[in-house]
Design a protein around this ligand. Structure first.
Ligand code: ADP
Length: 309
């Protein structure tokens, strides 16, 4: 069980950014970002490498000073470094430091002591990320997925109101990723506010209330995954199993805008799926023909022109 967030000032947004800029020399890392993260929101920051996500998160965390613009986090300014704010924030990074010689439980108890919360909080947090059974395992001996969970637990042990997660499921196998999704969903269910960066668009689509897609220091799109997808390309993709029609035949069908070959299918992109399906039926039959609906990845590709890397 994850304790629910305290209800103080729940109506205030968790984060308000207004026209925030940050340059490194000639590089405009953050170039006029305005956005609001509501209390209790699960907010995803997406974008290719170099888009400015890390810089923006560091500004929100109070680790970096914006050149201009206003930054309000939990009703206060995170810069100059605001010691009253720090215990209200939870930060998990890719390079989370561990006391590797300690057991998972000892590690969390140490973190709890640093934050001056009791060791019962360590035990609760261990349970909330599903690590109770590994409590006596040395940090050194945890699997990659278990370490990621411990990193998240370390960011949670002091029950912060706002949690920053940096690619929490990076380098995990699909099963471990799914297990961690449940931990993240539980956090959201407990009313925590989460700002998280990820390279997994399927994950962002499944978990986030809203996402901001950053490109070159700017917010190229910001909305719920569902609304972004609905507002995106109305193109339908029809997948015809290989061997049933040639690429040339597919390209010649009136109404097909683009046809490409994938390992197991010819993919036809069209705005007129009914008309094209009739033609496909005549050439190849409809047995095994599938449609692929738009996803957040399509929206992302259209905005950034790059696959997530
Ligand atoms: P992301 O997290 O989306 O990959 P970053 O915020 O790390 O983006 O980087 C944004 C831009 O700022 C990139 O062009 C990057 O090279 C540059 N940059 C980031 N940190 C620094 C720094 N400390 N000094 C100079 N340039 C930096």
């Amino acid at each position: 069980m994850i304790p629910t967030a305290s209800s103080d000032a729940q109506d205030d947004p968790a984060v308000v950014l207004d026209d925030v800029h940050k340059r490194y020399g000639e590089t405009r890392a953050v170039d006029g970002v305005s956005m609001t993260v509501g209390r209790g929101e699960f907010f995803g920051l997406l974008g290719p490498n170099g888009a400015g996500k890390t810089t923006l998160v560091e500004i929100m965390e109070g680790q970096r000073k914006a050149d201009s613009g206003t930054v309000t986090v939990l009703g206060t300014s995170p810069w100059p470094r605001n010691v009253a704010l720090l215990p209200r924030l939870g930060v998990q990074t890719q390079t989370s430091a561990f006391f590797v010689r300690l057991t998972a439980r000892e590690h969390l108890r140490t973190m709890a002591a640093l934050y001056r919360v009791d060791s019962a909080a360590a035990e609760r947090t261990l349970a909330s990320v599903g690590l109770t059974e590994q409590g006596d395992t040395r940090v050194d001996d945890l699997s990659g997925g278990q370490r990621q969970r411990l990193a998240i637990a370390s960011a949670l042990v002091h029950e912060p109101e706002l949690i920053f997660l940096d690619e929490p499921t990076a380098a995990l196998d699909p099963q471990a990723r799914r297990a961690l999704w449940q931990v993240l969903r539980d956090l959201k269910g407990a009313g925590r506010t989460i700002v998280y960066t990820t390279h997994h668009l399927d994950e962002a689509e499944a978990l986030c209330d809203r996402v901001a897609i950053m490109v070159d220091g700017r917010v190229a799109a910001l909305d719920s995954p569902g609304r972004l997808i609905a507002a995106g390309s109305p193109t339908t993709r029809l997948l015809v199993p290989v061997g049933r029609m040639t690429l040339a035949q597919a390209q010649a069908i009136p109404g097909v805008d683009r046809a490409t070959e994938e390992p197991d299918a010819i993919v036809l992109e069209t705005l007129e799926s009914g008309r094209v399906l009739v033609a496909v039926d005549e050439i190849a039959g409809l047995q095994g023909v599938r449609t692929r609906t738009a996803s957040l990845e399509d929206v992302y590709l259209a905005l950034t022109g790059t696959p997530q890397s």
